[in-house]
Design a protein. Structure first.
Length: 530
């Protein structure tokens, strides 16, 4: 078997993996990063999900490198696209003018920017990226990861990879299972965590829905109807017992109070009965044609990541390979069924039926079938960490009489997002509750036992509940950046991660490196209200 070695081995090339590679390389360490698809970037690219960010993102609340990413996305559009003069001059250009994000953009643009950010380190021989490679085995001894075997999904070739530090940046925490690292899946009980919104009984199979996203254009004068999906009859008649009606409809629920909501695909005040005045088309639109020269684009492009494609019938982790594949196949069928329903049966604003002009954009997501390269994952295996973030540390209702989240002595970054749990494989509806802007504790990245393994994604020490606010793009980036920086720092200084965290002088030195060296914000400024 061929072998490769580096200073830092990163398994998973998603948001956290890329940020980890950038940080370790900036600090002079050689990195090998693997990625299962042919696109690095995870949520931003292969999963085709534009950034979910907090309201202060343009002013503060992100690392310097994440700000650089956002700046480069806007610069890419200004440099390469025929923007109108007004749009070009807009400081906070939002290519999609979407409702969900202040920077809603195409996945290929995110990919181009991430590749550009990594380019100088690749040329310097500091970053080696192995695309189409998945982990299949982990060797461990004396509480250390000795190596990871990966296999090419194209050729079947196997490689033995090793490094003094290994970072698990996979979407599902794959190294935790392969390496026998203590971890948790699904929901903990209220008795275990004391959390206000935890269920009474622990359930490993209580896992958030997954979604297979896709991009759409709309050409009213065309018929772009796809072939009827194999399981369309099932999905057409599926009525969840916790939903206001059929899943394939314009009706869903408001996540915070579970009351019924009606949204059309296109906005019309006379037809729309919702309270927020939004519609599906503009929700995650990634290209707004009115911001470009009038002859440049015939239609907007929107990204479908809506409640109707949340798949919750089967879990992804803690199951057999066959059951996992069945869940992935089910998610694909649901997404295609939603599209087919919209094209053929959906109630139209004019009283008609079906929008046959809706057209998949496989070119936007880089696939043949028009669905994203990877399924959008909201929940992973989670390490049993040196420190686990609970709802009591960040939740507004869980911290009565206190203004702000818990202050962590080992903060390595900050984030902000509501606890946003989507419906689950246990038949649970949304859990959507307020949080205070929070810190990311270093202890949540460190496994209790394994000494040279770091978490860099949704696999950190959160609970099923707090995963709901630590799982989004800028927080995952910050987590990955901290993991890559910590690995490099430990190699440069000769310390272990636990030594850095648990010895005050060393923790302060690392925080100085993070804040002054990498531009990572460690604490929130005073915020008067949410």
């Amino acid at each position: 078997m061929n072998e490769m070695r580096a200073d830092v081995l990163i398994i998973g090339g998603g948001v956290g993996g890329v940020a980890a590679a950038l940080a370790a390389a900036k600090l002079g360490r050689k990195v090998i990063m693997t990625e299962e698809t042919d696109w690095i970037g995870g949520q931003l690219t292969a999963q085709a999900v534009p950034p979910d960010e907090h309201r202060w993102i343009e002013q503060f609340g992100a690392t310097a490198s994440y700000r650089q990413f956002r700046h480069k996305v806007r610069a890419y559009y200004r440099r390469n696209y025929p923007l109108t003069a007004e749009a070009r001059e807009r400081p906070n250009l939002n290519p999609g003018e979407a409702l969900v994000s202040r920077l809603c953009h195409e996945p290929r643009v995110a990919l181009a920017v991430l590749e550009e950010m990594l380019a100088p380190y690749r040329s310097a021989g500091l970053v080696d990226t192995l695309l189409h490679h998945e982990p299949i085995a982990v060797s461990a001894n004396d509480d250390r990861i000795e190596g990871v075997v990966v296999r090419s999904r194209l050729s079947g070739r196997e490689l033995a990879l090793s490094a003094p530090f290994v970072i698990d940046a996979t979407e599902l925490g794959d190294l935790l299972e392969l390496g026998g690292v203590e971890h948790v899946i699904g929901a903990e009980s209220r008795a275990e965590t004391g959390e206000l919104n935890a269920p009474e009984t622990a359930n490993p199979m209580d896992q958030q829905a997954i979604s297979w996203c896709f991009a759409l254009a709309y050409h009213p004068d065309e018929d772009n109807t796809i072939e009827q999906p194999e399981t369309y009859a099932f999905w057409r008649s599926y009525v969840p017992d916790f939903w206001p009606g059929p899943l394939l409809s314009w009706e869903d629920v408001y996540p915070h109070d579970l009351s019924k909501r009606h949204r059309a695909i296109f906005h019309d005040k006379a037809f729309h009965s919702g309270r927020d005045g939004s519609d599906y088309w503009h929700y995650r639109r990634i290209l707004s044609r009115r911001q470009f020269d009038s002859t440049a684009f015939k239609t907007d492009i929107t990204l479908v990541n809506w409640p109707q494609i949340d798949y919750w019938l089967k879990p992804l982790v803690g199951v057999s390979v066959e059951e996992k594949q069945a869940a992935l196949d089910g998610a694909r069928q649901l997404s295609l069924s939603m599209l087919y329903w919209m094209q053929t049966e959906a109630p139209r604003l004019d009283g008609g039926q079906g929008y046959r002009g809706l057209r998949l954009r496989p070119d936007i997501v880089g696939t043949e079938d028009g669905l994203a390269k990877s399924v959008y994952v909201r929940e992973s295996r989670r390490i049993k960490a040196e420190f686990t973030v609970l709802e009591q540390h960040v939740g507004v209702d869980a911290r009565p009489g206190q203004h702000g989240a818990e202050s962590f002595h080992d903060s390595i970054g900050i984030g902000a997002y509501r606890i946003d749990l989507h419906p689950s494989t246990a038949g649970r509806n949304y859990v959507d509750v307020g949080t205070w802007p929070f810190q990311i504790p270093l202890g949540s990245l460190l496994p209790q036992r394994m000494q040279n393994l770091l978490a860099a994604g949704k696999n950190i020490g959160t609970t099923h509940i707090t995963n709901g606010c630590y799982r989004l793009h800028p927080v995952e980036w910050n987590i990955g950046e901290a993991a890559g920086a910590l690995a490099a720092h430990c190699l440069n200084e000769g310390f272990s991660p636990s030594q850095v965290r648990n010895e005050p002088g060393r923790m302060e030195d690392f925080q100085t490196l993070m804040s002054k060296g990498l531009g990572v914000e460690l604490a929130w400024p005073k915020i008067d209200s949410l």
